[in-house]
Design a protein around this ligand. Structure first.
Ligand SMILES: [Zn+2]
Length: 415
């Protein structure tokens, strides 16, 4: 059954390349905004683009048509958007959702002046190992539902809190129940039982643990950071993962300057995540590669660290994505609208850049061409805002503006 959503005040399409409904496009068809294309990414031109007074047809779970409402074709069902904005569903390309326990007290202590350190992860590891699979599944599903209600229609999910062969394998298998974007992050921190034997743990991550996790995962990730894993160790983890058929991504330059960004670009990682402390060479490397700089401003908000220099990355031509990093320690938000608001207010991204980064940027960070835009043929993952334009996501921070969500053409949430 086809569905026409018409009377859309602003339809953000992030239209990709020629052929995808291009005839409906351009200034004459009511294009209301286009940001300068980010740099040399994969998959055609990259820019925010939107239509005013638009309509969209969903058929068979895909976007079948977009264009001016006045030219909309007939459909089996018609939904009047009443002048509200419709966007691609958010693509959250960085989340840690398989865990047990919570760290509210640690957050409160941090806000009272104690610094965040990577070792805090260990308390979640203990809780996760002690949890049953059903407990982990219930927590994961609760968070996934929370994301969906806030407009996230695609999310990545990492393991990272098991850190034994069986606990990591359990984590990736649970994540795979809900998303194809599963990341093996055995190399998150060295667990306590390997204190003094970092090398032994890296061998495990590259060996038996990888063998157990690879069948359920698409990605391999490593926390390349002082207090976690150094450059050579991270390179070994990524090489082993790649040899097992996984694609690389890297936690890079979060807590201080380091080799993570350079490593990510050198190995052709899909994404270097965090990029909070970058120098000229790091910016150049990101701008001249297809590696996406995934910024996670909720982390800086929740750890009171300085924000990444998004403006410099964008102006240099790097491709920038926004994601939540939803996890119980350094950032426990699941809200992409909140991250968009932070990106605009705190990192000086334009509202167009921030929305592009939270949709199409995230899709690039996951090497997906079917989501993050509403070109003809895209998966019909959409968000309707209770607002006339995308700018309201930053203009009205903290307000639940997501009025309805479609995933694969199916209405999932909202009235
Ligand atoms: Zn992370």
């Amino acid at each position: 059954m086809s569905v026409l959503i018409t009377n859309v005040g602003e339809l953000v399409t992030n239209q990709r390349g020629p052929g995808a409904g291009a005839a409906m496009y351009g200034a004459a068809a009511g294009e209301v905004g286009a940001a300068r294309p980010p740099g040399a990414g994969r998959g055609g031109p990259a820019r925010f683009a939107a239509l005013a007074d638009a309509a969209l047809v969903i058929d068979d779970g895909r976007v079948a048509w977009t264009g001016p409402a006045s030219r909309a074709p007939a459909a089996d069902q018609v939904i009047d958007a009443g002048g509200r904005a419709v966007l691609p569903g958010f693509v959250d390309s960085h989340a840690h959702l398989v865990f047990a326990g919570e760290r509210g007290a640690e957050f409160a202590a941090r806000m009272a002046g104690q610094p965040y350190q990577a070792g805090g992860i260990r308390s979640t590891v203990t809780a996760t190992r002690n949890a049953t699979g059903d407990q982990l599944r219930a927590n994961l599903r609760r968070l996934a539902a929370e994301m969906l209600a806030q407009g996230t229609t695609t999310f990545e999910c990492k393991s990272a809190y098991g850190l034994t062969v069986s606990d990591e394998a359990r984590s990736v298998a649970l994540a795979a129940e809900l998303t194809p974007e599963v990341t093996y992050l055995g190399a998150h921190v060295v667990p306590p039982e390997f204190d003094g034997n970092q090398r032994g743990y890296v061998d495990l991550v590259c060996g038996a643990m990888l063998d157990a996790c690879a069948p359920h995962a698409k990605w391999v990730d490593v926390f390349c950071e002082r207090g976690a894993f150094g450059r050579d160790e991270a390179a070994a983890v990524l090489a082993a993962g790649t040899a097992a058929g996984l694609e690389p991504r890297v936690h890079a330059n979060q807590l201080g300057p380091g080799p993570g960004v350079q490593l990510a670009t050198a190995v052709g990682a899909a994404s270097a995540d965090h990029c909070t402390y970058t120098d000229d060479a790091d910016i150049d490397a990101l701008a001249s590669s297809a590696t996406v700089a995934t910024l996670l401003p909720g982390v800086e908000f929740s750890t009171r660290h300085p924000y990444p220099d998004a403006r410099r990355l964008l102006d240099a031509g790097a491709t920038v994505a926004l994601a939540t990093d939803c996890n119980p320690g350094s950032c426990f938000t699941s809200s992409m609208p909140f991250c968009i608001a932070l990106a605009v207010r705190e990192m000086r991204m334009t509202t167009q850049e921030a929305v592009w980064a939270a949709t199409a940027g995230g899709a690039r960070a996951l090497r997906r061409t079917d989501v993050g835009h509403l070109g003809v043929g895209a998966r019909a993952d959409l968000v309707m805002l209770d607002a006339p334009s995308h700018a309201y996501l930053a203009y009205r921070p903290g307000v639940p503006l997501v009025a309805a969500v479609w995933q694969g053409g199916e209405r999932m949430a909202g009235g």
